[in-house]
Write a protein that binds this ligand. Structure first.
Ligand SMILES: [Ca+2]
Ligand SMILES: [Ca+2]
Length: 376
């Protein structure tokens, strides 16, 4: 590749895309008809046992913008391993088997952290995100100096229909893309104060959380909250993607990833302001879709298997002791959850509540954000 930004693109950002797209490596493709692509996945019961919420509820008012999540015992994960994604088998098997988990209660942000909130943090601290920093020769010794340019990955639609096996066709490393310039240097966040902040790497999200007196959720806390006290649902709101024909979250409809392919049937083409759809039963918005959300756990492909081996309820799991992803063995990854405005039933269905994503910890993109939790 002779493209000027290729080195950075590959070295700095290829791992980002594995967030949702590493399934190309899992793939054991079978041709399916369009109708089959839209099949409702098989019912999840009876592997899920009832969620048992803790009874305790704080008597004090919740911190502004946060809601109390009671915690308790629940069945975590999914038993859908290969029906979730058209043409691609085995993608979500890292979220199985279903296993029993207990988490203590906590407060959680009602929405993804917004540009307005992140700006307060930056103004107060002078923080500079990783996407704004020029990559160094030490980090990327094989890159040419002129290729070491600050930037981040931006979704770039294709001009025509393509085979979906190679994500490099629709992701570009854009110099100058950062949280203030989500689509690149010419774009701004003026008027987008209530949109989720994007182009934040794990470190950036963790730094914000610390400043705010909060922390990032564990993966178990995130999923307990997303399930809203319900048992074994496919989505954060129930089992029907479109109850009464209405979308419940901001994902992608139409042909992916073609220019103007997103029909916006759910009300939004591309990213949306937070809280545009009904909240789940705990009062949380956008636990599915809009932007992926960093959680604190290391990503290990077989973590759920290791937890399930004991057959006991796992209490307050903090994630594996280190990362492990055989598809990118050298990348240091943590977990993402919830899917994004780019998730489609043609390609990525990780808006399903039990499924997982992953990302290299110093990488960012214009569909990745976060929210925080706080202990009582
Ligand atoms: Ca949409
Ligand atoms: Ca989200």
């Amino acid at each position: 590749m002779k493209n000027k930004t290729f080195w950075i693109f590959v070295l700095l950002l290829s791992s980002i895309i594995s967030i949702a797209y590493s399934y190309t490596r899992f793939s054991d493709k079978e041709e399916k008809t369009v109708a089959e692509c839209h099949e409702t996945p098989s019912a999840l019961e009876p592997e899920f046992k009832p969620t048992v919420e803790n009874k305790f509820k704080p008597t004090v008012k919740a911190p502004e913008g946060m809601v109390w999540i009671p915690g308790g015992e629940f069945s975590m994960g999914t038993n859908i391993e290969d029906e979730s994604l058209c043409n691609i088998k085995g993608l979500t098997k890292d979220a199985s088997p279903i296993h029993r988990v207990y988490v203590d209660g906590y407060y959680m942000d009602e929405t993804e952290v917004t540009n307005e909130e992140f700006e307060k943090f930056v103004k107060a601290t002078g923080y500079v995100t990783i996407a704004e920093q020029k990559p160094t020769k030490e980090e990327f010794p094989t890159a040419r100096l002129e290729d070491l340019i600050a930037g981040s990955a931006v979704f770039t639609p294709t001009s025509s229909a393509i085979n979906l096996s190679d994500f490099l066709q629709w992701w570009r490393y854009k110099p100058g893309a950062d949280w203030r310039h989500p689509e690149g240097p010419e774009s701004t966040i003026t008027g987008k104060e209530k949109y989720p902040v994007v182009h934040v790497a794990y470190e950036d999200a963790a730094a914000y959380a610390k400043w705010a007196g909060k922390r990032l959720p564990t993966e178990a806390e995130w999923e307990f909250a997303a399930r809203g006290g319900k048992t074994g649902n496919l989505y954060a709101w129930g089992n029907d993607l479109k109850p009464k024909g209405k979308f419940q979250t901001n994902i992608y409809q139409g042909n992916f990833p073609i220019k103007d392919g997103d029909t916006g049937e759910d009300g939004f083409k591309g990213i949306a302001p937070t809280a545009q759809y009904a909240p789940n039963a705990y009062g949380l918005y956008d636990m599915a879709g809009n932007v992926w959300e960093w959680v604190n756990d290391w990503y290990s492909v077989d973590y759920y298997k290791s937890l399930a081996e004991s057959s006991k309820t796992v209490r307050n799991p903090q994630g594996p002791s280190t990362y492990y992803d055989p598809s990118d063995p050298t990348d240091i990854k943590r977990v993402h959850r919830g899917g994004s405005f780019l998730c489609t039933d043609q390609y990525c269905t990780r808006y399903m509540v039990g499924t997982r994503g992953k990302g290299e910890i110093r990488s960012a993109a214009n569909h990745i954000g976060f929210r925080c939790v706080k202990e009582l």
